[in-house]
Design a protein around this ligand. Structure first.
Ligand code: ME8
Length: 509
């Protein structure tokens, strides 16, 4: 792998249903990290896509009275559109029904077989179609209302008995525990890591990795009766999308980060590294499992009818506002509740009052008093330096927080800079300086423009459109900038031509 490459992935989403706010959440988080890494000039690969095989999808197509292939083609478009709606900067969109993916999956299967990791037997046990997962007896309970047998997710299970190929997962228990020990950052956040370790310590059974009672899947090599278990097929997307089995996949592999929801951590942190180690492929560097969103306190579910369509929120409040809210409202890793009231509070306070006001008042003063033109700085005074050199310190903190996927702290870091800038405005009162000390006023305003430019660069990964708009107002564009511009004296010798401000964030009454 290239030293400065950065490969980040979302889960590939099931096409049985339309995208909602939960999918948007994971994808936005990945987009932010991809954009940050690009601005650091890292060779970045951001992958998302759709998971299109398995019984759940086959059943959904039937329910919609459609041919399965036509159904997945149509539903996948919905997720592709989501990448546009969310302004995602993904470099590729993988689909598991594509031929390159099937080829990569069969290739891995053959290696596992060659490595004596697969055997044929009979599966007898519980299966949840909604989770596409197998369960042991001791994981099954009875639903109080429906009286049906359910998995820990609350989804119904059915009894399955069929011939199946098995992966020798039980052989990997000790090796996985050893791997977690040697790679302490493999699973985040820490609380989830402990859960995974406990699960593995409790013992691993061999895993059924093929099905025979339906056909919507990737055929098992040399045995047409079987299709591959959809999770084996799905996980392989992370390799097939970057060219595997062609050696060029090593340009990006091992992936730096798979971001997933807590619901699917076990597949990524237990099965995936076991499959990879068994196939002589290095596991990814890190898996981070984020929390679960509820809607105004209730579980988001189609049957309750409270699914949040990201499109509607974006139409009402704007995309960058939603991106900001999702990452600021809840520490990444915790569960969160989506409510319009808290979204509106964020818009009024953090966005309109703090950021909006700063930009608005500085641009307005410059336009009114200097006809939009600000000459280069004459003299940087001691009491300017604290603010002037703050961005580079903030960037160090930001980077540490991004490395831990602590997005809310990144936003706090940026807001510390915004609030210091607002304080500097109040203390130096440029509207007073204009009266008798015009040169000093110009220096103060130029420093503030530089700080606003740096705030915009730091904020760009999270709010790309807002940041680019602000940069454009001061005659800059992100296309010519990078995180290197946060450094010490960048922009010091620049004169600026400032356009008239427009209100960036409208307050909500
Ligand atoms: O599990 N809150 O696909 P999926 C937060 N195809 N995140 C949520 C959420 C919520 N309420 N609802 C969904 C699959 N998500 C498999 C993945 S990967 C090789 C295969 C997000 O369509 C979250 O990231 O059910 C969760 O893990 C993912 O959507 C599940 O998407």
């Amino acid at each position: 792998m290239n030293n400065n490459s950065f490969f980040i992935t979302t889960p590939i989403y099931y096409v049985n249903d339309h995208p909602h706010i939960g999918h948007a959440y994971t994808s936005i988080a990945c987009d932010v990290l991809a954009r940050f890494n690009r601005l650091k000039n890292n060779k970045t690969m951001f992958l998302t896509g759709t998971d299109e095989h398995g019984l759940k999808i086959e059943q959904a197509a039937k329910k919609n009275k459609m041919n399965t292939k036509e159904f997945v083609d149509q539903m996948s478009i919905g997720f592709k559109n989501l990448t546009k709606i969310l302004n995602l900067s993904n470099d590729f969109f993988v689909r598991t029904t594509e031929e390159y993916h099937k080829k990569a999956s069969r290739h891995i299967w053959n290696i596992l077989k060659k490595n004596n990791q697969i055997y044929l037997d009979k599966y007898k046990g519980w299966y949840s179609v909604s989770d596409e997962a197998y369960f042991n007896d001791n994981e099954i309970t009875i639903d109080k209302v429906t009286k049906k047998k359910i998995a820990p997710s609350g989804n119904e299970v059915e009894w399955v008995e069929e011939e199946s190929y098995f992966f020798k997962l039980s052989e990997w228990q000790e090796k996985l525990l050893d791997f977690y020990k040697k790679n302490p950052d493999f699973i985040g956040p820490k609380s989830r890591k402990n859960e995974v370790i406990k699960f593995v310590e409790s013992g691993l059974n061999d895993l059924s990795i093929s099905r025979t009672t339906f056909s919507w899947g990737i055929e098992v090599p040399d045995d047409k009766k079987h299709v591959m278990y959809v999770w084996l097929d799905a996980l392989i997307n992370y390799l097939s999308a970057i060219g595997y089995p062609n050696k060029k996949y090593k340009d990006y592999w091992p992936a730096n980060l798979h971001i997933v929801g807590k619901d699917i951590l076990r597949f990524h942190a237990v099965y995936w590294p076991a499959f990879l180690l068994a196939a002589d492929i290095e596991p990814p560097k890190r898996i981070f499992a984020h929390g679960w969103w509820t809607n105004e306190g209730k579980k988001i579910s189609k049957s309750i009818g409270n699914v949040i369509n990201p499109n509607e929120i974006i139409k009402e409040y704007g995309l960058d506002t939603l991106r900001f809210f999702l990452l600021k409202e809840v520490p990444f890793g915790n569960d969160g509740d989506f409510s319009k009231k808290s979204l509106e509070t964020r818009i009024n306070n953090d966005l309109a009052n703090d950021l909006g006001n700063l930009v608005q008042r500085i641009l307005t003063i410059i336009n009114k008093n200097f006809d939009g033109k600000i000459n280069k700085i004459n003299n940087l005074k001691d009491n300017d330096k604290e603010l002037y050199y703050l961005p580079e310190k903030i960037l160090i903190e930001i980077e540490e927080n991004y490395n831990k996927q602590e997005f809310h702290k990144v936003i706090e870091n940026i807001w510390k800079l915004i609030s210091k800038a607002n304080k500097y405005v109040d203390e130096n009162a440029p509207w007073e300086l204009i009266k008798n000390e015009k040169n000093r006023a110009e220096d103060v305003l130029n420093i503030l423009i530089i700080i606003i430019a740096k705030i915009s660069i730091l904020l760009f990964p999270i709010m790309p459109e807002v940041s680019e708009n602000i940069l454009n107002k001061i005659g800059l564009t992100i296309k010519n900038l990078s995180m290197n511009d946060i450094g010490k004296d960048n922009f010091l010798n620049l004169s600026f031509k400032i356009k008239k401000p427009e209100i960036i964030f409208q307050k909500i009454e």
